[in-house]
Design a protein around this ligand. Structure first.
Ligand SMILES: [Mg+2]
Length: 301
């Protein structure tokens, strides 16, 4: 979460003026408040049965796809995965923030507090340290059910969590990555603990080569596991490079893997933040006024 939001915030810091009629003047010296413009999206995730129905629908469909993928030993959700896949035990790869853990309460806090860009990193780390994020609707049931499933060779599904929560030391602790234990404990509290949870949680910066791009971490998982499903809330949870791409380029990347969506890849709605918003740019008024048309209907055989 952090990287995408930070890029957005940097962009928003230069955004022109308040976003909407009636908006309060920003208390922030560098520009709008951090969560500027996220009111309705945050309320949708917190208050709407529509969001609950949407994510539960997705997780039920994902479980059915997982069963199909388990039965087919050539099935993989990682396009770079090659070799004898039947030799590998099955796995699911999941993002954490707003895929498994629901951070809309944190977003509401940002909005209520009028948090400025400068105060964001500390406020985010404090939220992580609280370990109290609730689950995204349907996620706990999905993970618990997935772990009971086996492939035709009798090997159980292992769930890996690939998160861009970032390892960063805190003054009061010697731990190199206190955010990893915070996240693991938050997941345990929701009933998602296993003996291997810390091993199955791949945090940004945990190894020097693990940057914001998630591909290298999926490839580490793919060395020992057949990745049957990937689940996330951002195009960047599935595809490399899209954080640096334009709206049109990202959409071409989406269509290039059209056959994966809803079968091997499942993407949850997140209208609050994400690489989509970075690509949209800081001037939302200009983006609203622009003609649509760069998003396409993928051509299907
Ligand atoms: Mg996420």
């Amino acid at each position: 979460m952090t990287a995408g939001i930070a890029v957005l915030a940097a962009a928003c810091a230069n955004a022109p003026g308040p976003p909407a009629a009636g908006a309060k003047a920003s208390p922030c010296p560098a520009g709008p408040t951090f969560a500027w413009g996220a009111d309705r999206a945050t309320l949708w995730m917190r208050n709407s049965s529509e969001y609950r129905a949407s994510s539960e629908t997705l997780y039920r469909a994902a479980l059915e796809s997982l069963k199909k993928g388990l039965a087919d030993p050539s099935w993989t959700a990682e396009p770079t995965q090659e070799g004898n896949l039947a030799a590998l035990p099955p796995a699911v790869v999941m993002d954490v923030d707003d895929t498994v853990l629901d951070n809309s309460g944190y977003e509401a806090r940002l909005l209520m507090d009028g948090t400025c860009f400068e105060a964001f990193p500390a406020s985010w780390d404090a939220w992580v340290a609280e370990r109290k994020a609730p689950a995204v609707p349907g996620a706990v049931e999905f993970i618990q059910s997935a772990r009971t499933l086996k492939d035709p060779a009798g090997r159980a599904v292992r769930v890996f969590f690939v998160t861009n929560r970032e390892c960063e030391k805190r003054p009061a602790s010697d731990a190199a990555c206190p955010q990893e234990e915070d996240t693991a404990e938050n997941l345990r509290t929701l009933g998602l603990g296993t003996d291997e949870l810390r091993m199955d949680l791949l945090v940004r910066g945990e190894r020097p080569e693990w940057g914001g791009e998630k591909l290298s971490r999926r490839q580490v998982i793919a060395q020992g596991n057949r990745i049957v499903l990937v689940i996330g809330d951002d195009l960047a949870d599935f595809l490399p490079e899209v954080r640096r791409q334009s709206v049109a380029e990202r959409d071409l990347a989406r269509c290039a893997r059209d056959a994966f969506w809803g079968r091997r890849w499942f993407l949850l709605p997140n209208p609050i933040y994400g690489s989509w918003l970075v690509a949209t740019g800081p001037d939302l008024t200009k983006a609203l006024a622009a003609e649509p048309g760069v998003l396409q209907t993928c051509s299907r055989p």
